[in-house]
Write a protein that binds this ligand. Structure first.
Ligand SMILES: NC(=O)c1ccc[n+]([C@@H]2O[C@H](COP(=O)([O-])OP(=O)(O)OC[C@H]3O[C@@H](n4cnc5c(N)ncnc54)[C@H](O)[C@@H]3O)[C@@H](O)[C@H]2O)c1
Ligand SMILES: [Zn+2]
Length: 350
């Protein structure tokens, strides 16, 4: 095996990422080394690219970025006791936890407050090789291609959020048709919702959503009043469940305004700054609001693979397939809002 690899890294504080030659990492006793085939660009990677306030506080440099990936196992640490094999096709949960934390011991792996992120606080997957704890590895079924494997992480956010409330036969509002909102709308359809309304302010995304989540009623809220759409769909009072996936205070308010008494809202979208909230409206409507973080380890992964098997098709969400060397184009597409998921191919790097 060569000694160095291509990797996309933040080499020093500042805007952008650099393509570098980096040493191939070594798997520790409880880790596996994965040859990366596909990676996907996440909103988090854009934050790191932009070197915003959050990144400056949370991302040490030098750091190879990227946490959405799929590849094959090429080395297995000596103490790994899971039945993993060399050559096995895998993805991995990007949240690396302390198995001795109170949360982990209580069985809430995804709620360890000291979670470390691959490509955020430890070396990431925008590279030919990445090391991950064997515990985090997810085996990919033969019929799940690498590119789909590379977008399971955000799919997990969508599935986990959709799992917060019973959607069967309910009227569901999803605000924000980013990649995660589109996938959540598709999940809500598969989960048997009566109606699914998906809002955004970007027509490109709403058009794409029609392919990712067929049958969903899309609404550009700058052009159409959501109350008119509710009437059109025969909603007499309001939505039963809202999944907030934009981080926009305007969308948050629309959720509160259009939910029924006793309705539920799951919030995944992260507001860019503290937002003013009409708590009186929330209290008097007796709403239940749940913050949602990450994905459950590993129930959400099981459900994701189950949904794919049941026919939920994520292919239409991938709008850009690029070689790793064309990463700038990929990041530009993501920043423009004129994209679904951008997937980078690392095969030619070898
Ligand atoms: N809680 C978590 O663990 C977690 C994990 C991943 C992502 N997130 C957050 O989830 C959100 C969705 O992620 P994504 O990758 O799909 O993000 P994204 O930025 O691609 O999508 C957000 C979408 O919201 C739309 N939007 C903006 N204002 C709106 C409004 N008023 N009404 C409706 N839509 C509006 C944008 O046009 C965009 O299409 C982001 O806020 C992200 O930070 C949270
Ligand atoms: Zn991600």
């Amino acid at each position: 095996m060569a000694e160095s690899m291509k990797a996309l890294a933040k080499t020093a504080p500042g805007v952008g990422l650099e393509l570098i030659d980096a040493p191939i990492p070594e798997a520790g006793p409880e880790d596996v080394l994965i040859r990366v085939h596909r990676t996907a660009v996440c909103g988090t990677d854009i934050h790191i690219w932009n070197w915003d306030e959050w990144s400056q506080k949370n991302v040490p440099t030098p750091m190879i970025t990227g946490h959405e990936f799929a590849g094959e196992i090429v080395a297995i640490g000596k103490d790994v006791d899971r039945p993993l094999k060399i050559g096995q096709r895998v993805s991995a949960e990007g949240h690396v936890i302390d198995l001795n934390s109170e949360a982990a011991r209580a069985g809430h792996f995804h709620l360890d407050p000291k979670t470390r992120g691959i490509g955020v606080n430890r070396q990431g997957a925008f590279a030919e090789f990445v090391v991950a704890p064997a515990f985090n590895v997810i085996e990919l079924p033969d019929d799940v291609p690498y590119e789909i494997g590379s977008i399971l992480d955000p799919f997990g956010n969508a599935v986990h959020t959709a799992q917060q409330f019973d959607l069967l036969g309910e009227d569901v509002l999803v605000t924000g048709a980013g990649p995660i909102g589109m996938m959540a709308a598709a999940v809500a359809r598969h989960a048997g919702a009566r109606t699914v309304v998906l809002t955004d302010i970007n027509d490109f995304r709403l058009e794409l959503a029609q392919k990712v989540a067929p049958g969903v009623r899309t609404v550009n809220t700058t052009k159409e009043d959501i109350h008119d759409v509710m009437k059109e769909l025969g909603l007499k009072v309001g939505f039963d469940v809202a999944l907030e996936m934009s981080g926009s205070p305007i969308a948050f308010k629309q959720c509160v305004d259009t939910l029924i008494m006793g309705g539920g809202m799951a919030m995944l979208g992260i507001p860019s700054k503290p937002m003013e909230t009409d708590w009186g409206a929330i209290i008097l409507k007796a709403l239940t609001i749940k913050g949602v973080y990450g994905r459950e380890m590993f129930t959400t992964w099981r459900k994701m693979l189950g949904l794919l098997k049941a026919g939920l098709d994520l292919q239409p969400l991938i709008t850009h397939r690029l070689d790793y060397a064309d990463y700038r184009e990929g990041f530009e597409a993501m920043k423009s809002g004129q994209s679904g998921k951008v997937v980078l191919n690392w095969d030619k790097a070898a």
